[in-house]
Design a protein. Sequence first.
Length: 280
Amino acid sequence: MGDQGTLEEMLGVAVEAAKLAGDIIHKGFYRTKHVEHKGLVDLVTETDKACEDLIFSHLKKHYPTHKLIGEETSSVFGTDELTDQPTWIVDPLDGTTNFVHGFPFVCVSIGLTINKIPTIGVVYNPILNELFTGVRGNGAFLNGSPIKASSQDQLVKALLVTEAGTARDTKTVDETTDRINKLLLKVRSVRMCGSLAMNMCGIACGRLDLCYEIGFGGPWDIAAGVVIVQEAGGLVFDPDGGQLDLMARRMAASNGCLKDDFVAALEEPALEEPARNETS
């Protein structure tokens, strides 16, 4: 544990930061956006940058010795190495494309790792007014009420969520669509919602049963969601079924019943890492 407060106190600080950033997102959601391109279809707005600055400032004020990793900072300077030190991993606005288009599946994602273990997770959607929280060993919650992953144990009845990402080279697009086509034969249906953090929260609260993405932006997309899913009784793992590497840009998640069947289904399509494939 960090030396500057209990986990519950650190959760409270993270929630404060998320809500402060959420206020900026809520105001900007209904206004004209000033959009920049990080890639062909990969977007960033002044709201992303303002939210990251605000969150970092709030966290530094309370925990000046903690490390910080953020999406917008890392896009300029590169992703910092994850160490054993308490480290806040922040996506200030997950679902930027949704934000630009006025689609309300957007959120702030703030995770804390200690000894490289995801320990605190906060995901806040200010448009839908949904606050997901989790603390390692203390459960997961939506707006203060406990949540649990689904109990669905049949793959054919499962609802799967994934993303097409932002890479548009032919090889990546073909691999992505081929994988989805094969999985469609095995599950009830597939959703693409535009925010990996929110997708993971969907697993945690039982709205969704399965999730995977390969080649997403970085650890900020999943650091908070890992805690929330695990504390809700779900599982987070590498798509090959092995242990999740937070920095590897590969993830899969399921409820507590479907991991083995899901991994078997994922083994059929090629799972080579495509080009950078951010949820934005």
